[in-house]
Design a protein around this ligand. Structure first.
Ligand code: ZN
Ligand code: ZN
Length: 628
């Protein structure tokens, strides 16, 4: 090729490492050479063949050079491909496409683009493969430009080009363009369908993805994984498990990707039995126990309330990476085992593992749960100073929580006001919660007004404020807040408690009568009430926000979802069996008191995971020490 191109090329070794002059001459025919190039497995073999080509006067053979160029690139020596390309006189579209493809595959996207524009400058028209190669490297904006090129060169109806374009739009989150392309595809390949499903799932429309998924006649493992993971990532673990069962009954064998998604779903649901089943499935079906799989098991066992199992799996990880350490640290922290979390952190640092931002979320929340103010402050400062990690909103959240619980409201408020990032509704909610806990109505009111006026209020903010007023008996203010919530359509997330019994997860909402065993459950509730009253329990009716009579309030709290789940656990499991409950929102003070008493009266260990943490209720007391 002409020498003008050279100034555009990247730095490279200008020669190939062989010396044809010194080697003995043997006759090599072009067809034999072609065969040898295709069979080559190492760079050395390729270099020997290349030398032989030169000796036999075949160094300008276009087909042989084309094959050599591709083979060098696929064996990892793009620099040799490049030398060969630069020496090619007047390269045709196949050469250009091969060198563009080589750069794309090696992640050199800018150079691939540069080559593409050079090719156009030389008057060489791209073909369908050029487009599908260059599109693999593309983000959305250059992708749109290439789309118009594809239209210009009339390759827009080529199936490969369309699929590659669809993938560009899908990756970039342009669901509309992706869908438009998809709908006009006469032949929808599995790749294009998978790309489209990924696009929906990644951008929130899991149901749209499911509709497409259900239309597929043939589904490969990638397709199943995309859909299963879509549900997990969007916090819809029940659907993950449903689809997983469907996959198993279609005789598709899960791989590591599937296992990671399903373990995560088990953790979200607290489905310990299914999690255990997966653990033995991994063992019995030769799925490698990679560090990721083991960490996912640790995470699942922690979230399902079985720290013992989590520890066993964690101890068996030989080359623990930072994700594995983080998972166990966060696990200890959510169970309120602050000292264990901090000890593990020291062990991790002693092993020379550099902590990440997630590590600090684990240890800061451990400090918060354990009321360790001094340690928390020190870790928060060391994060940036010693480890160079800029605190994120979650770290500030942990600090506000830590200071707020300890009653250091002014310090917490000051921290929020001086944050390097804009505080969000969670931070304000945490601060508001602390004001309520310590009865600081003035500060609480100020914060709530600010939060509501700045559009940062969520259902939690309103409820906290209403709780604060209700505790002070200011029913007018409570009523105003309830009206405001209705007017602007703030919805309170309904409390839901789930319990796994005999491999099935049972869900309960407050006052739920839908369960098949409802009659027995409510009889059990009455019996529980009898026990509680005998132990001097009085319902904490101040948490009910309606201005109604005491008896009405008592009726409302008596059927909170976790009480129904506990009653169900008591009637369906053997005496002495621990009861494990997963709650989607924070446990209320009344349910907390009731659970403590029930653990004492029945002698059962009751483990409740709420939105914030785990509560281990044993013999009348809770591991959270009343702070949650
Ligand atoms: Zn409750
Ligand atoms: Zn507790």
């Amino acid at each position: 090729m002409s020498s003008t191109v050279h100034f555009l090329t990247t730095t490279h070794n200008p020669s190939l490492p062989f010396s044809p002059a010194t080697a003995p001459r043997h006759l090599l025919r072009a067809d034999r050479a072609l065969f040898l190039i295709e069979k080559s497995k190492t760079i050395n073999q390729l270099l020997q063949i290349h030398a032989a080509l030169v000796r036999n006067g075949l160094e300008h053979h276009p087909m042989l050079n084309f094959k050599l160029l591709r083979s060098y690139s696929s064996l990892g020596r793009l620099d040799y491909s490049r030398v060969l390309f630069d020496r090619t006189h007047d390269p045709n579209v196949f050469f250009w496409t091969a060198i563009i493809h080589g750069h794309t595959v090696h992640g050199l996207h800018q150079q691939a683009f540069l080559l593409y524009s050079q090719m156009l400058t030389y008057g060489v028209e791209p073909n369908a493969f050029t487009f599908s190669s260059i599109l693999k490297a593309c983000s959305i904006e250059p992708g749109r430009a290439l789309h118009s090129h594809a239209l210009k060169f009339r390759f827009d109806s080529d199936a490969y080009v369309r699929t590659a374009l669809l993938c560009v739009y899908a990756r970039g989150g342009d669901v509309v363009s992706a869908r438009r392309l998809f709908d006009t595809m006469p032949d929808k390949s599995l790749v294009s369908l998978t790309a489209m499903i990924t696009c929906y799932a990644k951008h929130g429309d899991v149901d749209g993805a499911r509709l497409l998924f259900d239309r597929l006649e043939v589904r490969d493992i990638v397709c199943w994984n995309v859909m299963i993971d879509g549900y997990t990532q969007h916090g819809r673990p029940n659907e993950t498990l449903g689809l997983f069962r469907q996959m198993m009954s279609s005789n598709v064998k899960p791989d590591e990707v599937t296992i990671l998604s399903v373990l995560s779903a088990c953790g979200q649901l607290g489905a310990l039995e299914l999690g255990r089943w997966l653990h033995s499935y991994i063992k019995n079906n030769g799925i490698p126990f990679s560090v990721s799989v083991r960490s996912a098991l640790v995470d699942m066992y922690c979230k399902c309330g079985s720290l013992e199992d989590a520890q066993l799996v964690f101890d068996r990880i030989i080359n623990k990476d930072v994700v594995a350490w983080n998972t166990m640290i966060v696990g200890y922290s959510m169970h309120g085992l602050s000292q264990d979390a901090l000890e593990l952190f020291s062990r991790m640092c002693a092993m020379g593992i550099h902590p990440t931002d997630i590590t600090f979320i684990g240890i800061l929340s451990a400090c918060s749960h354990g009321g360790l103010v001094l340690e928390g402050r020190a870790f928060f400062h060391s994060m940036k100073e010693k480890y160079g990690i800029e605190p994120r909103i979650e770290h500030y959240g942990c600090m506000v929580d830590l200071l707020g619980r300890a009653g250091l409201l002014d310090e917490a408020y000051e921290l929020v006001q001086n944050m390097a990032i804009e505080p969000d509704s969670v931070i304000w909610g945490t601060l508001l919660g602390a004001c309520r806990l310590h009865g600081n109505i003035n500060l609480g009111e100020n914060i709530a007004e600010f939060v509501i006026a700045n559009g940062l209020a969520n259902a939690g903010t309103y409820i906290l404020l209403a709780n604060t007023y209700a505790a002070a008996g200011n029913w007018n203010a409570v009523a105003k807040i309830r009206t405001a919530m209705k007017d602007i359509g703030v919805l309170k997330e309904p409390g839901c408690s789930s319990i796994e019994v005999h491999n099935k997860v049972h869900e309960f909402f407050a006052g739920d009568m839908k369960h098949l065993k409802s009659k027995q459950i409510y009889l059990m509730l009455e019996e529980m009430n009898g026990w509680l009253k005998a132990h001097g329990y009085t319902p904490q009716t101040d948490i009910v926000l309606q201005d109604i009579g005491e008896a009405e309030k008592e009726k409302i709290i008596a059927v909170h979802s976790e009480k129904l789940a506990i009653a169900f656990g008591l009637i369906t499991t053997q005496p002495g069996t621990p009861i494990k409950i997963i709650k989607n929102v924070r446990v209320c003070t009344d349910c907390h008191t009731v659970t403590k008493l029930i653990s004492k009266i029945t002698g059962r260990k009751i483990i409740v995971r709420d939105r914030n943490r785990f509560h281990h209720f044993v013999d009348g007391s809770c591991s959270c020490g009343g702070y949650w």
